[in-house]
Design a protein around this ligand. Sequence first.
Ligand code: SAM
Length: 237
Amino acid sequence: MKTRIEKIRESERQSHTEIYSKEILYNSDSWLKKPIKTVQDIVTYFADYDALRVLDLGCGVGRNSIFIAEWFSEKKCLIDCVDILEIAIEKLLTNAQECGVTESINGYVDAIEHYQIKKGIYDLIIVVSALEHVESKEILLKKLQEMEEGLKPNGIVCLVINSEVNERKTDTLEELDPQFEVNLETNEIQSYIEKIFNKYEPIKNSLSYQEYDIPRGEIISHLTTNVVTYVGRKIIT
Ligand SMILES: C[S@@+](CC[C@H](N)C(=O)[O-])C[C@H]1O[C@@H](n2cnc3c(N)ncnc32)[C@H](O)[C@@H]1O
């Protein structure tokens, strides 16, 4: 008998494998069409840096990291990219080659929960729609703390996390188990972020309600979520 986490992992593996196999980065009608706006905005904070060290957890095929590497291509840039799926890292490395940024991208097939974040070395740590896929709330909190410690003074953290996710069958409206390992209430995740990054200067702190239909095996699920976005800068103390 599979556990809830195993079932979610299998379904996530299937849906991401399908999308990563058929969609082309930056040439797609899917969410792979461009980097998220928040990341497009963040890079400008590093305009006068000579070198940039980045960590992208749950990086996928490099939607955000390849953009950062290209944006910084005239300078020294090294991005550690971590994803649980082999196909994600394979495509990430192919995309890096095609975009001429191979030297800036380190790919690691690993689970966020097992990847040990090095202390005090990063200028930027991003986690976009991936932290809610760790095995438990306790691990999520541990990783947020590790991220805090992973940043250099003046470093920037960028978190995009789904909260209060609800899924229903589109035809019968039957309630489904949301396919997110950790599904926290919005207030709860906001309060953890506030606590762990309490010495940070907030750059962005927003909440956006989103709803869309998503295939779940044979059925289509209507998903609603409050997406929490937090960007903050570690103030030198
Ligand atoms: C919605 S996608 C987002 C990908 C990327 N951050 C982006 O914005 O394009 C979520 C990614 O997280 C990865 N992922 C899910 N659970 C993970 C885990 N526990 N450890 C590492 N990666 C994970 C998935 O394989 C997938 O590539």
